[in-house]
Design a protein around this ligand. Structure first.
Ligand SMILES: [Zn+2]
Length: 403
């Protein structure tokens, strides 16, 4: 490769000269609502844009994810950012239309999905266009993916896409979510654990005839709250478990419940297996011998009607700092931003759980924006940061291909 500084300059000039177009692109993208399971219109819009931008190939898979390819040389990098957003919520709380794609005097672009995850996705889309228009296609292969349903079942649709589109076969994955200016090399996983406590329903006036499942469940709820003895990973920290919901099966409010379901959010650190998640509950479950625990499952139906039986188990993801893709990221970051890269971890779970942890493909995380603004009424991304991120995404395709 030519000197990285020269290439970084070419890419930087290219992106800067497309600033207005890139801003209009993101604002228009925000204006197309794409709440989870209703992403079709935004997917079609993006696919059409990729075609107009001169991508070498554009596909929409059976699940409904969109993928565009630019280039054919070097390493194959699959970039992933999700196209779905959470609901906009009450417009009055925003003070403006959250689908307007508003831009303020500070250069911040506002609206639902601006930071999570349309800003990051738009930056990737433009990075690939830069590679194409600068004639760098024989130096790297970029697959740009807009994946669906991340907000509900992170990774499940992306994982299915990896199975369906096996010819993509990436060497590396770049997961793009807001990363607070850092490169990310891991995050905890999560699981949804469902505990069922049986009882016997009876009318409140003769409760002695039944067995109140809610009262029976109390020692389990307390026992889970007391659990704290999880393995600790030096990078990701310790796992955790929290009771998040209790459902009572009862036909009326004057009947004692015949069954109770307790839901628990389990954050998973490195070195904790799927089996550990159930086995560690045994001392708590033993308090109520007929209680049972499973990892929950849900049937996901995408906007195309594609069905996936998604298990609510998303393992942790961690890659060593010395790995080639992390080092390529550091080199690209320093060339794009002109400062030293900080490598850290995300506090939340992303598509890397499936794309990297389940498939074993090495991944790196990065994206413009402040992750604490996700899902809030301050959902916004700064235009300069969005542009700088596009430069990084183009450069990392090249630095990763050097290895
Ligand atoms: Zn996100």
């Amino acid at each position: 490769m030519e000197n990285i500084t020269d290439i970084a300059k070419q890419i930087s000039d290219y992106i800067d000269s497309h600033k207005e177009e890139m801003i209009s692109f993101l604002r228009e993208f925000i204006s197309i609502e794409s709440v989870t399971y209703n992403e079709g219109e935004a997917v079609n819009w993006l696919a059409k844009k990729m075609e107009e931008m001169g991508y070498d190939e554009v596909r929409i898979d059976a699940v409904g994810n969109v993928h565009g390819r630019v280039g054919h040389g070097g390493k194959v990098l699959m970039y992933d950012a999700h196209i779905d957003t959470v609901e906009t919520g009450d417009a009055s709380e925003w003070g403006f239309d959250p689908l307007e794609g508003k831009m303020d005097e500070n250069g911040d672009i506002w609206g639902r999905g601006a930071v999570d995850d349309k800003g990051p996705l738009a930056a990737i889309v433009w990075a690939a266009k830069a590679i194409k228009d600068l004639g760098l296609e024989d130096k790297a292969t970029m697959w740009v993916g807009g994946s669906i349903s991340e907000e509900d079942v992170e990774g499940s649709c992306a994982e299915e896409m990896m199975r369906l589109e096996e010819d993509i076969n990436p060497d590396y994955i770049i997961v793009s979510e807001p990363s607070d200016g850092e490169l990310k090399r891991g995050h905890k996983g999560r699981a949804l654990i469902k505990i069922t406590v049986p009882g016997k329903a009876a009318h409140g006036s003769c409760a002695w005839k039944g067995e109140n499942a809610l009262i029976k469940a109390l020692p389990i709820i307390k026992g889970i709250d007391d659990l704290n003895d999880f393995k600790e990973d030096s990078f990701l920290g310790k796992g955790s478990i929290e009771v998040t919901k209790v459902d009572c099966k009862t036909p009326s409010l004057n009947t004692i419940p015949g069954e109770v379901t307790i839901y628990c959010d389990r954050r998973i650190s490195c070195g904790e297996s799927r089996e550990d998640l159930i086995n560690e509950l045994k001392p708590v479950l033993d308090l109520v011998p007929d209680a049972t625990a499973v990892i929950d499952e849900e049937l996901v139906v995408s906007y195309t009607g594609y069905e996936i039986n998604a298990e609510d188990y998303f393992p942790s993801w961690e890659i060593e700092e010395k790995h080639d893709i992390v080092q390529a990221g550091i080199k690209a970051y320093e060339a794009a931003f002109g400062k030293k890269a900080v490598v850290g971890k995300w506090d939340f779970c992303t598509n890397a759980t499936s794309l990297c942890a389940k498939t074993g493909v090495p991944a790196l995380g990065f994206g413009p924006g402040d992750s604490s603004l996700c899902h809030s009424t301050e959902d916004k991304v700064n235009a300069d940061e969005y542009l700088a991120s596009a430069k990084f995404f183009a450069l990392v395709a090249l630095t990763a291909s050097e290895k």
